[in-house]
Write a protein that binds this ligand. Structure first.
Ligand SMILES: Cc1ncc(COP(=O)(O)O)c(C=O)c1O
Length: 400
C-alpha cells in the first residue's frame, strides 16, 4: 500500500496500538518492553494515569488561548521549572529544536547588545540540536547538514569534552558570545564528559562574559539522576533547553534563562502560537508532580547502575563489548562492530532499543521501570548481544 507520509524516516515494520507503563502492544497484540521511551520522551511510561487525568480535565475546560493573554497554567509551570532549576524565567514552545532556536536567538541578541555584529556560538563535534536550519547548522553531524546548505553561519565547532579547544577558540575569535553543549551527548553515542567539564565551561563563560547554554533536551527531567544534569556540577548555566520528557508525550519545549540572559528577549522579539498552551502545560505540571510523588529522580541512578552491572556480569566474557557506560538511566553499550541489526532482532524478541553512531546500543528506559522489568530487560538484551556477536564473529571468521 502506498503511504502518503513524506519518507523522512526509515521506519521499522511495527505499529503500536496501546501502552501501559514500560509496555507497548502492537496491532497484532504482541507485547514489547520499551527500553527507549520514544527516545527519552515517556519518562513516566505509557498512559500514566496522572498525565491522562490532567489532560482530560484541562481539555474539558480549555485547550488553547493565544499568548496575547495571560495563561494561568503556563505561569504555574514556569514557577515550578524556575524553582526546581534555579533559573529565572522560561519561554515555552513545542519541541527541542524550537527551544534551541530560542537559545540561539538569545545568544545573538546578547552579542548585538555588546556591539558584536556577527555573533558566533561554540558548538561541539557529534552534537545533536535539532533539524531546523539553525539547529542543524549547530549540530555536529555532516550527514544531517548535507543537502541543506547554505548552513546558518555563526557556529564554531570544537571537539566534545575538550576544554583546551574551547579556550583556544575563544582566544582566536572576538565574535564568540556563547557556548552550546549537551551535558551528555545522546545521539552522539552516550558520550559522558569529564566530571568537571561543565564547571570549566562555566568558568570560561564567566571570565569572557559569554553565555553558557546547555541543551538538556535528552538529559533533563530526571533522566541522569538529577532534575537537570547540570545539577550534578553545582553550577547554573545562563540558558538551558528542555523538551522531550517535559510533557511525557504531549509536545512542549522550554528555553530557561538566568541572570543577564533572562533579560535579553523582550516583547515582540520571539513567539509561538501553541507554545505553552493550557493543554501542554497541564501535562507538564502533572509530570513534575509525579516525578516527586513517585521519587523517580532519586532512583534513576540506582536503576541505571542495576542495569549496567547486571549487563556487565552477563557479558563479562564477550570480547566485543568495548564499554558499558551510564549516568542515571541514560545508558550506552558500545560494541567493537556495527550493530544496527540489533534493533530489528530486539523487535522480534519484544524489546525496543536503539543503536546510535553504528556501534552504541542506546537505552533510555522509562524512569518508572521496576526491578522485575530491569531483570527482563537485562536478560533479553544480554541474550541478543550474545547471539549477535556470536553470529558476526563466525561470519567474519568464515570470510577471513
Ligand atoms: C539533545 C537534543 N537536542 C535537540 C533535539 C531536538 O528535539 P526535537 O526533535 O524535539 O526538535 C534532540 C532530539 O533528539 C536532542 O536529543
Amino acid at each position: 500500500m502506498t503511504s502518503h507520509i513524506m519518507p523522512t524516516y526509515g521506519r521499522l515494520a511495527v505499529t503500536f496500538d496501546r501502552g501501559d507503563g514500560v509496555w507497548l502492544w502492537d496491532d497484532n497484540n504482541k507485547k514489547y518492553l520499551d527500553a527507549l521511551s520514544g527516545i527519552a520522551v515517556c519518562g513516566l511510561g505509557h498512559a500514566h494515569p496522572a498525565v491522562h487525568s490532567a489532560i482530560c480535565k484541562q481539555s474539558e475546560k480549555l485547550l488553547h488561548t493565544s499568548n496575547i493573554y495571560k495563561i494561568a497554567v503556563q505561569e504555574q509551570l514556569a514557577d515550578q521549572l524556575t524553582e526546581k532549576s534555579g533559573m529565572d524565567n522560561v519561554f515555552f514552545c513545542n519541541s527541542g529544536a524550537e527551544a534551541n532556536e530560542a537559545a540561539i536567538k538569545i545568544a545573538r541578541k546578547f552579542g548585538h547588545e555588546r556591539g558584536i555584529e556577527k555573533p558566533a556560538i561554540i558548538v561541539t563535534d557529534k552534537s545533536f540540536h535539532g533539524r531546523t536550519l539553525a539547529t542543524l547548522s549547530a549540530t555536529g553531524n555532516a550527514k544531517i547538514q548535507k543537502g541543506f546548505e547554505p548552513l546558518v553561519e555563526g557556529f564554531i565547532r570544537v571537539p566534545y569534552d575538550d576544554i583546551a579547544a574551547i579556550a583556544m577558540a575563544i582566544g582566536q575569535d572576538q565574535n564568540i558570545v556563547a557556548i552550546l553543549v549537551e551535558p551528555i551527548q545522546g545521539e552522539g553515542g552516550i558520550n559522558i564528559p569529564a566530571d568537571d567539564y561543565l564547571n570549566h565551561i562555566r568558568a570560561l563563560c564567566d571570565q569572557h562574559n559569554l553565555l553558557m547554554m546547555l541543551d538538556e533536551i535528552q538529559t533533563g527531567m530526571g533522566r541522569t539522576g538529577k532534575f537537570l544534569a547540570f545539577q550534578h556540577n553545582g553550577i547554573i548555566p545562563d540558558v538551558c533547553t528542555l523538551a522531550k520528557a517535559l510533557g511525557n508525550g504531549v509536545p512542549i519545549g522550554a528555553c530557561l534563562a538566568f541572570g543577564k540572559a533572562a533579560k535579553v528577549l523582550t516583547a515582540g522579539n520571539h513567539g509561538s502560537t501553541f507554545g505553552g498552551n493550557p493543554l501542554a502545560c497541564s501535562a507538564a505540571l502533572a509530570v513534575l508532580e509525579t516525578l516527586d510523588k513517585e521519587n523517580l529522580i532519586a532512583t534513576a541512578e540506582t536503576k541505571g547502575q542495576a542495569i549496567c552491572s547486571a549487563l556487565a556480569e552477563q557479558l563479562q566474557h564477550n570480547r566485543h563489548v568495548v564499554e558499558i557506560r551510564h549516568k542515571g538511566l541514560m545508558i550506552g553499550i558500545e560494541l567493537d562492530t556495527p550493530c544496527t541489526e540489533l534493533v530489528t532482532m530486539g523487535l522480534a524478541e519484544g524489546l525496543l532499543i536503539n543503536v546510535t553512531q553504528d556501534k552504541v546500543i542506546r537505552l533510555l528506559p522509562p524512569l518508572i521501570i521496576d526491578d522485575m522489568q530491569i531483570k527482563q530487560l537485562v536478560d533479553k538484551l544480554a541474550m541478543l548481544i550474545t547471539t549477535f556477536t556470536r553470529e558476526t564473529t563466525s561470519i567474519n571468521d568464515h570470510a577471513a
